[in-house]
Write a protein that binds this ligand. Structure first.
Ligand SMILES: [Zn+2]
Length: 197
């Protein structure tokens, strides 16, 4: 994961704000985790219209939770030729703000391999976070900032019922950051120890 470079124009303030917001309120009622299980089952069966139906349910629940307008969903069997997002960052989905449409695909373009469930769910959360950027945060664009990736990861772990992971970042060129995976994966989440003296 690599962040976008900060824009130099008037969008810069929005970009920095997106970079700063590293947390997201998360639904705690367990509803997401059960829908996530249905997505996994539907993916195993491999029928895209069933996958689409449960993904639509997932997006409905999260849109309602964040009080944003609903977004559409398209589940494609394979990656289309034209995608909105950058090839290097978005292999598995895209989002169009004008139509509020999330698209995810079940197969990769190059080798036609079935996308793993983890990647698929993470893509769904990622694309929904683009929707949130416009509809909840009111940004003029939806950049891949550190904050964006943190928010998408928080939603993913909530949906999957896995403990959130602290992400570590390394600076690269042009004001961009990439995740330090060895450090991120090495860090085991420990319960907070409460000492009362
Ligand atoms: Zn994206």
């Amino acid at each position: 994961m690599l962040t976008d470079a900060p824009p130099r124009n008037s969008n810069r303030a929005g970009f920095l704000e997106s970079d700063r917001i590293k947390t997201l309120d998360l639904p705690q009622d367990g509803r997401l985790a059960s829908i996530t299980e249905s997505i996994e089952l539907a993916m195993k069966a491999g029928v895209s219209k069933d996958v689409r139906r449960v993904c639509a349910e997932f997006l409905e629940v999260v849109s309602e939770f964040y009080k944003v307008p609903a977004c559409g969903i398209g589940v494609l069997a394979a990656r289309p030729l034209r995608v909105r997002e950058n090839w290097s960052t978005e292999l598995f989905g895209d989002y169009t703000p004008e139509t509020k449409l999330v698209r995810v695909w079940m197969r990769t373009a190059v080798r036609k391999e079935v996308t793993s469930f983890g990647t698929f769910l993470s893509t769904l959360c990622h694309e929904f976070c683009h929707h949130l950027d416009f509809q909840r945060f009111g940004f003029s664009d939806s950049w891949h900032t550190r904050g964006f990736y943190e928010r998408a990861a928080a939603l993913y772990h909530c949906a999957r019922g896995t403990p959130p992971k602290k992400l570590f970042w390394l600076p690269t060129w042009g004001g961009r950051w990439r995740i330090d995976w060895p450090r991120t994966n090495r860090t085991v989440d420990r319960p907070i120890e409460i000492s009362d003296g």
